[in-house]
Design a protein around this ligand. Structure first.
Ligand code: NAP
Length: 304
């Protein structure tokens, strides 16, 4: 590795399954940045997090489970959107006016979810060539007067709930633990006081009535992955769903979860978790390298 190569790291635990090094290193090659950047994994135990972050022995960080919230108090500054979401998945080292290195936190998960939703709801590709394209997408309020059902109120749920409210949606948060859905509702209500937001327990009687007429249904729970692969947060007949609705699962292993299979049977448009993974990486790459790469390269990195 040339001495000028900067080390970007993903920190979390467990990291065996992480696709981030594969994605970022592939795009570094494509843009001939491999002498400037290298992307590796660094698995950390909870008690190691503070010491490692404060050591600053890295260039930038990608942050995953279970540190997205805990890392905030260890940073010098947090961008306004990450502060609102209360989670950081990207840390950038930047110099202040005195030349001191500062660590600044960002969140790109919310955009990672929002872009595929935009593409499916509007039935068109998002041509991302400049920051103005993103500003235009957000200003379009493309979910105005539409109802979104969000299963899950954890870290991913926070980012996805924030994203759909940014573009005008009404939101129903459904979670196994009602108090967590209510906490998310009250946090989001402070940011979007005019939005219609409801919190309900997964076991609630009135769920089918609430879910009817929803444009987008999102699974941000762990149901559907690994040992929970035969499970879905949804337990309703297919005819409950609006024709042309969108089913989005944040889980990407397996690619077609039980939740997405239910959506398929209902004739819905489907978004799998890889689309979120790719889009959050696109925005993260831009922050970490200050370079702009075509979205196609990120998809090519996953051709295996
Ligand atoms: P998290 O903060 O731990 O939240 C987990 C959520 O799942 C909570 O709402 C939890 O409900 C619910 N849940 C867990 N086990 C459950 C069960 N047995 N029955 C019902 N609900 C259950 O995790 P997270 O960071 O939000 O991640 C959630 C999922 O999103 C994971 O599968 C993760 O891989 C995926 N994800 C994907 C991407 C991507 O780029 N595609 C990015 C981030 C996350 P309670 O509150 O009741 O515990």
């Amino acid at each position: 590795m040339p001495s000028k190569t900067k080390l970007n790291l993903i920190i979390g635990n467990p990291l065996e399954q992480s696709l981030s090094p594969q994605i970022h290193n592939f795009v570094y090659q494509k843009l001939e940045l491999q002498d400037r950047f290298k992307f590796s994994k660094k698995s950390l135990e909870a008690q190691e997090l503070e010491g490692f972050v404060k050591s600053k022995k890295f260039e930038n960080l990608t942050v995953t489970i279970p540190f997205k919230e805990k890392i905030i108090s260890l940073l010098d500054a947090v961008d306004s959107r990450a502060k609102k979401i209360q989670a950081v998945n990207t840390v950038i080292k930047q110099k202040n006016q005195q030349g001191k290195d500062l660590l600044v936190g960002y969140n790109t998960d919310w955009l990672g979810g929002l872009i595929p939703i935009y593409e499916k709801v509007l039935n068109k590709k998002f041509n991302y060539n400049s920051n103005q394209d993103l500003e235009n997408l957000l200003a379009s309020k493309f979910l105005e007067n539409q109802k979104v059902i969000l299963f899950g109120a954890g870290g991913a749920g926070r980012a996805l709930g924030y994203g759909v409210l940014e573009v005008g949606a009404g939101l129903v948060i459904v979670n196994r633990t009602l108090s967590k859905a209510e906490k998310l509702k009250s946090d989001l209500k402070k940011l979007f006081p005019d939005a219609k937001i409801t919190a309900v327990a997964s076991a609630s009687q009135g769920l089918s009535r609430l879910i009817k007429d929803s444009k987008v249904l999102i699974n941000s729970t762990s149901l559907g992955m690994l040992d929970l692969k035969h499970k879905s947060p949804l337990n309703l007949p297919e005819d409950c769903f609006l024709a042309g609705s969108v089913f989005f699962d944040a889980v990407y292993k397996p690619l077609k979860t039980k939740f997405l299979q239910q959506g398929e049977k209902a004739g819905a448009k489907l978004i799998n978790g890889l689309e979120m993974l790719v889009w959050q990486a696109v925005f993260q790459f831009q922050l970490q390298t200050k370079e702009f790469a075509k979205v196609d390269y990120f998809w090519q990195s996953l051709d295996f």
